[in-house]
Every structure is written in C-alpha cells, then in structure tokens.
Design a protein around this ligand. Structure first.
Ligand SMILES: [Cu+2]
Length: 76
C-alpha cells in the first residue's frame, strides 16, 4: 500500500507526554520532511499525512522507542 499523501492513523499507547509527542513528530519528519503530523495526546492517536507507506511510519515511530498500531480511519 503506497497511496501518495494519504492520511494515516496510528494508536501509540505508550505516548504519554509532550516529550513523546516531540520525539514521534521528529522521527516521522526525519523519515519524510514534508510529512504533516497531528497528534491527539489524550487519545494516544498519531495522524500522519505523508507519501510514506504505513509500514515506514510504523518503523520510524518504533525506532523512536514507541509502539504504534495502525488504526483504520473508519474506526473514528
Ligand atoms: Cu513522554
């Protein structure tokens, strides 16, 4: 799956504070400088608009030390 500019959504349960938000945002932007990252901290949701495939974003967030789970947008 490699749809350009798709809005992808992930649940990151171990994201718990502003520092985590920062780390995850930096990690995604390191993988794609043009990515738009939107984070809902209370809901533990990370939304990413990017040319990257979902698994690449998962890899970037995992490398930053977190545990992302793909969340289908239809679930919200
Ligand atoms: Cu934190």
């Amino acid at each position: 799956m490699n749809t350009p500019e798709a809005m992808l959504e992930f649940r990151v349960e171990d994201m718990s504070c502003a520092h985590c938000v920062d780390s995850i945002t930096q990690a995604v932007k390191a993988a794609d400088p043009n990515a738009a990252v939107e984070i809902d901290l209370p809901a533990h949701i990370v939304r990413v608009e990017s040319e990257l495939a979902g698994e690449d974003i998962v890899a970037a967030i995992t490398e930053a030390g977190y545990t992302p789970v793909a969340a289908p947008p239809s679930a919200y």
